[in-house]
Design a protein around this ligand. Sequence first.
Ligand SMILES: C[S@@+](CC[C@H](N)C(=O)[O-])C[C@H]1O[C@@H](n2cnc3c(N)ncnc32)[C@H](O)[C@@H]1O
Length: 238
Amino acid sequence: MKKLISTANLYRDLGYILMGNFVADTLLKLCPVRRDMTVIELGSGSGKLGIAYALGGATVQLVDIDENALKCSSMLADAVKALTSINPYDPGPNVILTHADLFKEFYLITSKGFDLCFNEGVPQHWPRGDERRQGCIDRMAGLTKSGGMVIVIGANGENIMEQARDGEKFTYEGMPEKRDSFVPGELLDALEKAGLKDIRLYNLHHQNPHLVEIKLNAPFQEISRSQALYLIGTGVKP
Ligand SMILES: C[S@@+](CC[C@H](N)C(=O)[O-])C[C@H]1O[C@@H](n2cnc3c(N)ncnc32)[C@H](O)[C@@H]1O
């Protein structure tokens, strides 16, 4: 049977995904990796973001409701291990895969709370007014230890490109028809309602990736918000 993906191509693509991944770079800037840290990603998709932390030595739990997403993460973690280990007994990146609904109870690799809980592109898939939108952020805060960080990354609902994409057929099993990306004030409220402190919001420009902190009520933004594809909210668990 013809091989669909050659190993060489897979490695080339993995290299691209991991090294050229400016969202992972941004996460690592917002919450630098430490070897002793625990990280949980709720709705991990391909797993590439969590695996970036595992590469830095963190112990990472990836949670997704979709089995295919976890299969992809498993392949990615194995390939990263093959690429990075210098001897065959090296356990490689410490990634634990969990097939679960983020709103339900599931096995946690630590009972002490995580140093970091994050996701990218998850709560925006529930329309405004759907309780899962806030519920997801509450759950993230609940899994984080005191002093730990919550990071929510999503499309910027103020972005005209994002608005135009609404209704585009970019779907996976269980994804609702309509997506409503957070706008800054709304994300700020959601992080506050989840009981977090030191809340900060950022725009991330995708063409020339750099972070710009959003000062709500500021009369002028250095970079037009309507061009920034990503909106990022961070908060610390008291
Ligand atoms: C936009 S994707 C995440 C992409 C990921 N950040 C990446 O880099 O590949 C959203 C993910 O959330 C997962 N998801 C949606 N609802 C979920 C739920 N209730 N519990 C767990 N995962 C969920 C989906 O299966 C999907 O993989």
